[in-house]
Ligand binder design. Structure first.
Ligand SMILES: O=P(O)(O)OC[C@H]1O[C@H](OP(=O)(O)OP(=O)(O)O)[C@H](O)[C@@H]1O
Ligand SMILES: Nc1nc2[nH]cnc2c(=O)[nH]1
Length: 179
């Protein structure tokens, strides 16, 4: 079993990089069909989504697709604080645009529902959500997710952009904490 030690915790591989690559390729294929002609603006929600956004965007072939970034934070250590801090906004005009929010993970749904609320005021034509990973058993907010890469159990994970207290984002595989 492949394991890694990060700070004071041990983690084991739960989703190999190749599986994630496959899942992201499928998401891109579907988006390329659905979004053709819409000149979508993708918004990568930093920090965690940087790797997913990069992997996905390399495979997006939709004409005049754009990407921008916003930085939010709600997690501290292994748990949600329940509060979403906006640390960096974007400058693009969303009016009449097709917007696709890119998340690495939807867990409780607090971050994405808070983001959706904030973005409602910008008069976008439509707002979609795409997440690489989704924990259905942890969800406590009523949010519509348009594109889900994989559903996963309600365990704390790291890797592929996701961190444990700032470390582990660089790991290409996803690892689950060992209790
Ligand atoms: O559905 P939720 O329970 O809100 O959790 C999901 C959010 O948690 C992580 O962000 P985090 O707050 O850890 O910031 P980071 O992306 O900078 O790591 C992740 O990137 C999502 O944005
Ligand atoms: N690293 C990490 N961040 C998260 N944000 C929401 N859920 C998780 C998780 O399981 N791991």
């Amino acid at each position: 079993m492949k394991t890694v030690k990060l700070l004071d915790r041990e983690f084991r591989v739960s989703i190999p990089a190749e599986k994630l690559d496959q899942v992201i390729a499928q998401m891109a294929e579907k988006m390329n069909k659905d979004l053709e002609g819409k000149e979508p603006l993708f918004i990568c929600i930093l920090n965690g989504s940087f790797m997913f956004a990069s992997d996905l965007m390399k495979q997006i072939t939709v004409e005049n697709a754009q990407i921008t970034f916003m930085r939010l934070s709600s997690y501290d250590g292994m748990g949600t604080t329940g509060k979403v801090k906006k640390l960096m906004g974007f400058t693009e005009d969303l009016k009449d645009r097709t917007v696709v929010l890119l998340e690495d993970i939807v867990d409780t749904g607090i971050t994405i529902s808070n983001t959706l609320e904030q973005i409602q005021d910008y008069n976008a034509k439509e707002i979609m959500v795409a997440t690489m990973l989704f924990k259905p058993k942890a969800l406590i907010r009523d949010v519509k997710i348009n594109y889900v890469g994989m559903e996963i159990p309600n365990d704390f994970i790291v890797g592929r952009g996701l961190d444990y207290d700032g470390v582990g984002r660089n790991l290409p595989d996803i690892y689950t904490v060992i209790d």
